[in-house]
Design a protein around this ligand. Structure first.
Ligand SMILES: [Ca+2]
Ligand SMILES: [Ca+2]
Ligand SMILES: [Ca+2]
Length: 248
């Protein structure tokens, strides 16, 4: 195959030039270029331009309408249900990571996509968008430090006003970062972020929190953080996109 290709090419070039060095250069280029192309894996529901990108992640997926989709989609695995836990970030490669790491300036996805899409005014849903459009990690909200250029990460964090939706409201009305809820560190002055009934017995879990397999209540920040935040590891057991059903 290689010899046939080479001889055809040599013949064609010979018609154009009689300089043997030009012929050699063109042949080398024609055989080394394709092997240098690296296909970046693209997981279900993420933007694609070719089937091979999707298949680099999952051989039973393909590029359909600009997104990777299962060849056979089932209710348990498709671009609509990738099995990444609620509020975790889906890296293009198919890893799921905690919202805590999205747009924090450090690459946490192996492919770095948790930082690639932090485009002003088009921030990932799992990050925080400042009023001026800047994307930050939600961990910046109500932590007491001005991190948005316009300070909007701290603007809705005062006792007496409703806390920012991406923060936790202590019983006293104080606003603390969302990850402070049940993280075993007392953050609220009244200690209500570490309430035993909520954190250990799972009574009155806030709507946006996570209920562990053992019934404990935790901040959704612990989901796919790389650490066992539940004590039974149920916060870490679904941190990659599902694999499509194989054809029978
Ligand atoms: Ca990051
Ligand atoms: Ca802040
Ligand atoms: Ca706490």
């Amino acid at each position: 195959m290689l010899i046939v290709h080479e001889s055809v090419l040599t013949e064609k070039i010979a018609l154009l030039t009689d300089n043997p060095r030009v012929v050699a250069k063109i042949i080398v280029l024609s055989f080394t270029q394709p092997t240098n192309v690296q296909i970046r894996p693209v997981s279900l529901g993420k933007a694609c331009v070719s089937h091979s990108q999707c298949q680099a992640r999952d051989q039973h997926s393909r590029c359909e309408g600009g997104r990777c989709e299962c060849v056979i989609d089932t209710p348990t695995c498709s671009s609509v249900n990738t099995r990444c836990l609620n509020d975790t970030f889906q890296c293009t490669s198919g890893q799921c990571i905690s919202w805590y790491f999205v747009c924090d300036g450090e690459k946490n996805c192996l492919d770095g996509t948790d930082e690639e899409n932090c485009t002003p005014f088009a921030c990932p849903a799992e990050s925080f968008q400042c009023n001026d459009g800047t994307c930050l990690s939600r961990s910046a909200v109500c932590n007491g430090r001005w991190e948005c250029p316009d300070g909007s990460d701290e603007a809705r964090c005062y006792t007496g006003i409703p806390c920012d939706v991406h923060s936790f409201r202590c019983a006293s009305g104080q606003c603390v970062p969302a990850y402070a809820f049940c993280n075993a560190v007392v953050d609220c002055l009244d200690g209500s972020d570490e309430n035993f009934a909520a954190c250990e017995r799972g009574e009155s879990c806030p709507e946006d929190s996570f209920r562990c397999g053992n019934g404990r209540c935790r901040s959704s920040a612990i989901l796919c953080s790389g650490l066992d935040g539940c004590g039974d590891n149920t916060d870490e057991d679904r941190c990659s996109v599902c694999h499509c059903k194989a054809p029978e």
